[in-house]
Design a protein around this ligand. Sequence first.
Ligand SMILES: Cc1ncc(COP(=O)(O)O)c(C=O)c1O
Length: 404
Amino acid sequence: MNTDLDKLHPYPFEKLNALKNGLVPPEHLSHIALSIGEPKHPAPPFVKQVLMASLEKLSAYPLTKGIPELRKAISDWLCRRFKLTAVDAETQVLPVSGTREALFAFAQAVVNRTNDPLVLSPNPFYQIYEGAALLAGAELQFLNCTEETDFAPDFAAVSEETWQRCQLLYLCSPGNPTGAVADIPTLQALIALADRYDFIIASDECYSEIYPDEANPPPGLLQACAELGRNDYRRCVVFHSLSKRSNLPGLRSGFVAGDAAILSSFLRYRTYHGCAMPVPTQLASIAAWNDEPHVRENRELYREKFQIFQEILSDTLPLQMPDAGFYFWADIRPAKVGNDEDFARELFAQQNITVLPGRYLARNSDGINPGENRVRMALVAPQEECRDAALRIREFIQTALRQR
Ligand SMILES: Cc1ncc(COP(=O)(O)O)c(C=O)c1O
């Protein structure tokens, strides 16, 4: 067997199942999952219609590069959304079967194993970055994202030696789980570092369409390039998905876009990997990328749920609004119920609500675990369920405080 497989950590949800094992929550309370970041708002009906109407296309093998119409719809969307003037649909865009597989595959394609490779990742982080780096034969270095660093990596604190070894930097903006958004000056400073030390920036932007202020959408890495006049997007690749934007996690549809030379090698890798998107999925994806009203409605639903949570919990567990995304990265210390695992275990046992302990999404680095004393709450359930969850969390904390 590939011995690198032994380096992989159990996935957070395996740890969560072990934590809940043997606990029996009250029967009269229905279960509410705030643990998994799986959108639950309805998928757009017009996307489902296109999918069903194109099923006869299943009789042909799809091309890894996708159909030109999809690449064109994606490049048009990128230009509209990030104010870009030019994205070459032929060379600067590739469809992927969800960003999860693409974020993983990307490291396999770009890491040079023969050159003492180092990959940098935020901490806490989307778990795929770690598995991707380790299976690509790279060492992984974590950049802690804490309250002191505004929940983003402190790039200024990274040593010269680390930058010199860095081949690939995973960025996650808006961040999962912290919700922090990297601004244009930060992105441009990273582009300058990438030039200076010759590394690739993989910017995971799959939460970019879930944000609180319609007038203030999160910027993206390609936008930061374009504002520098860098229309070849050299060393930069972005990852986008329909899963969160359009409530289509089961469609498995996303794209990568950016540096044509990198994408050309990535396409070569993908041809062998064998992960072409079925044509009906591509046609449904075109319909989704071409429509914005359903995305605005989606944001409105999240806005309402964030407000409900904040209002109900204001006096027991004050929650900081994320810059974007659909998670609260909640500091649980005011609840005085112990650490992140204690909080998650007791909340499940007493109120039948599942949240994810923060440490399951982070690693010890520089003597701390940035997930300590935090839990991730995904506001994906329908509004009434979210209201019920907030009320039950309040009851749980008030009971704990009374017992002290
Ligand atoms: C930060 C981040 N990136 C990527 C993904 C993968 O999304 P998908 O494969 O559905 O595009 C997720 C899913 O939860 C995520 O949280």
